[in-house]
Structures are given as C-alpha cells and as structure tokens.
Ligand binder design. Structure first.
Ligand code: SF4
Length: 457
C-alpha cells in the first residue's frame, strides 16, 4: 500500500510503500505498534488511519468504501468505521491510506491530490445546504484537487462543536473541481464510534480534500471477463447474477413487496424490534404485537407506499453503476432503518413524518444518529423514572416514555418535539446535564450525575 504518514506535531509528511492487505490490517498493526490501549482516544499519539482496499477503481460495486481505523471517543477502544463510495474519488490522489499522528496548532484541512500534499489552516465555516462545517473556501477546493475530488469533513456542525462533543461523524461530500463547488446528492457518513471527534479533537484536522488522476491499482478489476470467470469458479454464476441474488433485501424483495433496510426490517422483525430504549424486552409478546401493528401502519406504510407503490425512488450511493440501488429515498431524504428507527420507535415516536426532520437535523449536525437515539431514549427514561426533571435537562415537558401508557397517534408528536429539544440542547450544551453527555458520553455522564443528584440516583 502507498501510505501517507502525516505528523502534525512537526508539520511534516512522507509517503512510503508498506505491505498490508488493506486499511484494517494496516490500522490494527499501527495501533498495536503504538500500544494505543495505553492511550486516551484523543491523545494526539493515537493514530487515525483512513484508507481503502486494493480492488478500487474496477467494475465491482461495493469496493469503494473508505475505512477509518481509530481509537473511539465513544467506546474508548479500537474502532473501524466505513464510509460509502468515497474511495472512488479518494483513489485519484494515488495514496491508499493516510496515517495521521500529532496535533496541528490550528485547525487544518489536508489536501491530497495527484499534484501533491498540502496542509491549510481552515476558514471557520462553509455552509452547504443545511450543513455547516469547517471547510476551506470554494477556490481553495477547486485549485488543489485536479480532475476529480472529494471532500471529507467531520462534524458536528460548527467546528467549535466538533471540537467538543464525543460523537462527531466523518461526512463526505463530492466536489466538482471544474466549478469549485460541492456536488449535492452523494453525501456519506462514517459515524459509528465518533471518528469525526477523534480526527478533530485528537489531531485538529477538520477536513480532508482528496482526488486526482490516479485510477485502479490492478488492471484485472476492470476486466469483466476475468471477474466473471472467478465468480463462475466459486459460485457457478456470473458476477451480476451473484450480486443480484445476494442483495435481494437491499434492492427489492418480491416476497415482501418492499426493499432496503427500512422496508424489510419492520415486516421481518416485527415484535422483536427494540422499542422505547430497549424497554420492549420486558413487555409481554402480545403487547409488543400491538405496538408493531401501530408501527407498521404509522411508520412503515407511509414510506412503503411512496417509495415502492406510488413511485420507485431508488438510487445507488454513487459507487460505480451499482445495480443494488439500496438508497431508498422518501421525498428527497434517504431512508435507512438504523437512523430512522433511532429517531422513531426507539424514542417513542411512531409517526414517520416526525422522524424525517429529526434525522435531517442530526445529519446536518454531523452526529451519529444511532448514538443520538440512545442519548434521547436515555434522557427520556431518566425523566420517566423521576431521576431527572425536564427543566434540569433543559427541555420544556415530560416525554411519554412508558410503552404501556403510550398513545402512538398523540404522544409521538410530543416525544418528537422533545427529542428535537434534546438534540439542539446537546449541540448548544444548553444545560449542565446535556453538556456532561455531549462532552463525555452517556456512561461517564451517568456516573457524574449520580454524584450531582445523589439524593435520587
Ligand atoms: S448502492 Fe448500496 S449496495 Fe450498492 S455499493 Fe452503494 S451502498 Fe453498496
């Protein structure tokens, strides 16, 4: 692998060839050598690795994920997070992985292109649609990135927030270098584990812009005859047929009349779905069945009618001609099970239309939606059980978080409104409770709150 080693303490870098199967092998080895089990996740000595596998640039979709290997500020252990089809542009820089250590004195953006490497102090904020993020100016993006480019920035939101919350995501947005502007529609997130926070708070890197003229590393990945030969030897079928069969769930499952993770998981898992911050595991099966009937009617059906019955708004992630088109889009919003469930039944909201702006808000803040589901559910649960009061959290009312007393048509609206207050308060650190969670995560915050509220906790 061609690896860029960037030392931000000395503002220096070198490129070296290293034998490694891919970014995970490389990342685990580097963390092992650095003994990062002894380090705080935000210690600048803990390396942040971002790289791609060897089969990029070919005719096989699904091989263009960018992989981050880092010490997670959320789990405090080694974490691997994957980001959409971003490697398709990243490969143009001619670098297979970047290893970042040290901490820049000011927030920097790393430019990697076939023209070379450059570090630039960042302008504070670049606005793109609803996204607010630390970015270099348009002209800087366009002049440094050759014929194709990709920007990766990490949230959440304004960099002042990115540098002070524990679960910021990596966000990638395609760039049109000819026009010097962002190209909307192929945004991708690597959010699990808080890689944005690790990069921003650990190393003071607030953006990476990558692209250029390099293409596939191996000619064979563009040779469809060779690919089909390998597939027929292993599966007795050509590549496209294997892909279509193995990805039925993500494209369209005719036996269920739906597709994608959101479409399939609800009618498939039914009463096994986790509801109300996992409280559903204590409910009798017949009660869970009543809940899932409401969820299918109010949460799943509006999506399914629009995306599968009335129209067919299915797209791919921007990865080379992927026929799976797993991105199911409801009125312009990509709908996946995990973020929507996190802002839906998991927090006591069974109305699909209420979940859409909440997921949007979290995306715009550059946060991990699954984790924010845990934060909201946890906060709601503490209030439900009288451990915290709404005014201590900084929200305007008490949520309805007892599934036995929950009226889906009425209470969903209230819970969604209060969830928005929790998310905004988390970013703004509007109360001591939300500040503790935003800076430390739920587990550490819970211990601190035990001390603060020792009379009730
Ligand atoms: S469209 Fe979906 S299945 Fe196809 S490469 Fe992109 S993420 Fe993977």
């Amino acid at each position: 692998m061609r690896v860029l080693r960037l030392d931000l303490n000395s503002n220096s870098w070198k490129i070296e060839d290293t034998a490694a199967q891919g970014p995970v092998t490389l990342g685990v080895r580097i963390h092992n050598e650095a003994k990062t089990w002894n380090l705080d996740p935000l210690d600048p000595s803990a390396p942040f690795i971002l790289g791609m596998g060897p089969f990029i640039g070919g005719k096989m979709p699904g091989f263009h994920r960018l992989i981050a290997v880092f010490k997670s500020p959320m789990t405090r252990t080694l974490h691997v997070a994957a980001l959409g089809g971003a490697a398709y542009k990243f490969m143009g820089a001619g670098i297979d992985a970047v290893v970042i250590t040290g901490r820049a004195r000011k927030p920097v953006v790393v430019f990697m292109s076939s023209d070379g490497i450059e570090l630039k102090d960042t302008d504070p904020v670049f606005e793109y649609g609803g996204y607010h993020a630390p970015m270099p100016s348009r002209s800087t993006s366009s002049t440094r990135t050759g014929t194709s480019s990709l920007s990766i920035m990490q949230g959440p939101w304004l960099w002042a927030q990115a540098l002070s919350t524990y679960n910021g995501a990596l966000v990638s947005i395609d760039v049109n270098p000819a026009k010097g502007e962002f190209r909307p529609g192929a945004e991708d997130f690597a959010a699990r584990g808080g890689p944005g926070t690790a990069l921003a708070m650990g190393h003071n890197v607030v953006g990476i812009v990558a692209g250029g003229t390099y293409r596939a590393r191996y000619a064979k990945v563009t040779d469809m005859d060779f690919i089909n030969k390998v597939m027929i030897e292993s599966f007795k079928k050509p590549f496209r047929q294997v892909m279509d069969e193995k990805t039925v769930k993500y494209r369209f499952d005719p036996s269920m009349g739906t597709g994608g993770t959101f479409g399939v998981n609800y009618p498939h898992y039914r009463e096994l779905l986790p509801l109300f911050g996992y409280k559903s595991i204590y409910l009798p099966r017949e009660v869970r069945i009543q809940h899932v009937e409401a969820i299918l009617r109010l949460f799943w059906k509006p999506f399914n009618d629009e995306v599968f019955v009335k129209s067919k708004s299915w797209y791919n992630c921007g990865d080379f001609g992927c026929s799976v088109v797993c991105k199911k889009v409801w009125r312009g919003k990509k709908v996946d099970y995990e973020p929507f469930h996190a802002m839906g039944p998991f927090i006591g909201n069974y109305i699909f239309e209420e979940a859409v702006p909440l997921v949007d808000l979290i995306d715009q803040y550059g946060l991990d939606a699954i984790e924010m589901g845990h934060v909201v559910a946890w906060v709601f649960d503490t209030i439900e059980h009288g451990l915290l009061r709404p005014e201590e959290v900084g929200i305007s009312d008490k949520p309805i978080f007892d599934p036995m007393k929950f009226n889906p048509e009425v209470d969903s609206h209230k819970n969604a409104r209060l969830a928005k207050e929790v998310i905004s308060g988390f970013i703004e650190k509007s109360s001591e409770v939300l500040r503790l969670i935003a800076e430390n995560g739920i587990r550490v915050a819970a211990r601190k709150l035990d001390e603060i509220f020792h009379d009730r906790a």
